[in-house]
Ligand binder design. Structure first.
Ligand code: ZN
Length: 343
């Protein structure tokens, strides 16, 4: 899922996203509840109509941004009171409120409110945070049953830091409640990659095989390949779009930084194996020029390429799974990423 924080994937029109075969977007409830306001979006026909996007949208609960962006005032059992990062106004986000906000936005998949634990965290802190998240998940689930219809789905989020026993308890409690999909949250917050992979490997057997597993906020192309091997189905990450705007472009041999002088007169495409419209038309030299001249088109073209690269990686993953040759893809990626790191 490309990330459309403010009801837009930065620099992309919905038509461009559709032409890249984007199937689903993520939008951030935190930003939209504060500006323009979820009620306003609801009155304007909901998020799909508001932003002109007719395919699925997943919204997060707002919790993650409350914990990472705003000046926190107080977390209690009932929810979290916080100060808006834009104007300093005070707001309260409860589990029920998070559902109501996502109802107003009209997303197809909404997420339960969870308590976001930092890294590193002691076992006792991770336990308390997981328990609060599970209590909130129960309240979100109950409120959702009351107010939602079958056009929207609510996913639960497994928490518990890097502790296997806590992750297992969290997964079991969510499965008991019964959700149509399960997210693994609280990863990619600074822990080593090996720890992240280990948590996924340990928690995955406790999640139902016939429900999607969604790894939140991850990651690099290598993470996608490795985590699908561990049983993950869905991802969201700002990496392809944010890196694009910073001139960092993904290729099968690792990332290139387009502003580097070596590309000044390079007539070749970003990646000669890439089928995206940018690689069919423009040279590295032109893309470097746009970046150096601070042209808007630089962000647009770089984003098209990076999103295509990510979506194409997922297409290849699906293809290799269908042909029962996933191990080959995994081996190829591990070889390429280790040689890219040596360069
Ligand atoms: Zn390309």
């Amino acid at each position: 899922m490309p990330v459309g924080t403010q009801a837009t994937v930065k620099g992309m029109t919905p038509d461009q996203l559709r032409s890249l075969s984007v199937e689903i977007l993520l939008c951030n409830s935190y930003h939209l509840m504060l500006r323009p306001g979820h009620a306003a979006v609801g009155r304007l026909g909901g998020l799909h109509h508001f932003m002109g996007w007719d395919r699925p949208i997943l919204t997060d609960s707002g919790g993650y941004q409350v914990f990472s962006l705003s000046a926190l005032r107080e977390i209690g059992d009932d929810g979290v009171e916080f100060r808006c990062h834009l104007d300093g106004s005070t707001h309260f986000l409860s589990p029920e409120g998070a559902i109501d906000i996502q109802r107003a936005l009209g997303s197809d998949i909404m997420m339960a409110l969870d308590d976001c634990l930092g890294f590193p965290a002691e076992h006792s802190a991770a336990l308390a945070s997981m328990k609060r998240s599970m209590s909130w998940a129960g309240r979100c689930h109950a409120h959702f049953q009351k107010v939602a219809d079958d056009r929207q789905a609510l996913f639960g989020i497994v928490q518990g830091g890097v502790y296997t026993d806590l992750r297992r308890e969290s997964a079991e409690r969510l499965v008991n409640l019964g959700f149509p999909g399960y997210a693994i949250g609280g990863l990619a917050v600074g822990e080593p990659n090996a720890a992240m992979y280990e948590v996924i490997e340990k928690v995955e057997p406790f999640l139902p095989d016939d429900r999607p597993r969604y790894l939140m906020g991850v990651g690099t192309p290598t993470d996608l390949i490795e985590c699908v091997a561990l049983g993950v189905d869905m991802f969201d990450c700002v990496m392809p779009t944010r890196h694009a705007r910073n001139g960092s472009l993904f290729t099968r041999d690792g990332r290139i930084v387009i502003k580097h002088a070596q590309y000044k007169e390079d007539p070749g495409p970003i990646d000669s194996t890439c089928g995206c419209p940018v690689c069919q038309t423009y040279s590295r030299a032109y893309l470097r020029h746009l970046f150096m001249a601070n042209e808007i088109l630089s962000s647009v073209l770089n984003t098209i390429h990076n999103l295509y690269f990510y979506l194409d990686t997922m297409r290849r993953i699906r293809q290799f799974i269908e042909f029962h040759t996933y191990d080959e893809l995994l081996t190829e990626f591990r070889r390429r990423s280790s040689s890219a790191m040596e360069e």
